[in-house]
Design a protein around this ligand. Structure first.
Ligand code: ZN
Ligand code: FE
Length: 255
């Protein structure tokens, strides 16, 4: 049994503290150390490892100050240059978090960055800036086809999987989703629920894979309404699902 605590950082980041019943904790993507150290003390959590999904500063900037206080292993992507990483992870690798019963499988999910990874285990997906609630990450280093394939890989996980992404972008993402699929009833219900959470200043995360498959346009590129929206957006009519994805992603960049 594991649990996750959201530590808000910067403007809209979440740093996740994933812990077991004995409060042994993995720190996921600590862009900033101060709020993490405060939350660890407040919840009486003992850090045992840091997990990193990709190299961006808002996911790695706090590693140094956390290690100064807690010298724990740092597990991160093999194909990105992150000096603090002590164990470099490849696709399909299974990791056992030291001194806990936590186990995760590493998934290569390139697109946002070239070597981005995600962690899957205990009905939980830690996916950084790849899949967002209602959206997906920008393509800084990868191609649309790479990101499309990464999202399809994630979509094949069990529908009940809880999705922990690293930013509170959900309201904006769902505004775009509603422009793509104005007649999606699941999406309308989700927007109402998300607006309510945000009015109360609560996180909209985690979602589930099932919820994302029903409401996130980037996982719905085969749906006729999504395809029709992509045709309306694109200079050239998209043919394959990955071209639908590319048209949506480029439109979202300017939305
Ligand atoms: Zn990023
Ligand atoms: Fe980020």
């Amino acid at each position: 049994m594991i649990n996750a605590i959201a530590v808000p950082a910067f403007r809209d980041n979440y740093i996740w503290l994933v812990h077991d019943a004995a409060n042994r904790t993995v720190i996921v993507d600590p862009g900033d150390a101060q709020p993490v150290l405060a939350a660890l003390a407040h919840h009486a959590l003992t850090p045992v490892a840091v997990l990193i999904t990709h190299h961006h500063h808002d996911h790695t900037g706090g590693i140094g100050d956390i290690l100064a206080r807690y010298p724990v292993p740092v597990l991160g992507p093999a194909r990105e240059s992150i000096p603090a990483v002590t164990r470099r992870l490849n696709d399909g690798e299974r990791i056992c978090v030291p001194s806990t019963s936590m186990e995760f499988t590493v998934l290569d999910v390139p697109g946002h960055t070239a070597g981005h990874i995600a962690f899957f285990g205990h009905n939980t997906l830690l996916c950084g800036d790849t899949l967002f609630a209602g959206g997906c990450g920008r393509l800084f280093e990868g191609t649309p086809v790479q990101m499309y394939c990464s999202l399809q890989k994630i979509a094949r996980l069990p529908e009940t999987t809880k999705v922990y992404c690293a930013h509170e972008y959900t309201e904006d993402n769902l505004r775009f989703a509603a422009a793509v699929e104005p007649n999606n009833a699941d999406l309308r219900a989700r927007i109402a629920a998300v607006n309510q959470l945000r009015r109360n200043n609560l996180p909209t995360i985690p979602s589930t894979i099932g919820e994302e498959k029903r409401t996130n346009p980037f996982l719905r590129c085969d749906e006729p309404d999504v395809r029709a929206a992509a045709i309306a957006f694109a200079d050239m009519p998209p043919e394959s699902a990955d071209q639908v994805f590319a048209a949506l992603r480029s439109r979202k960049d300017r939305f």
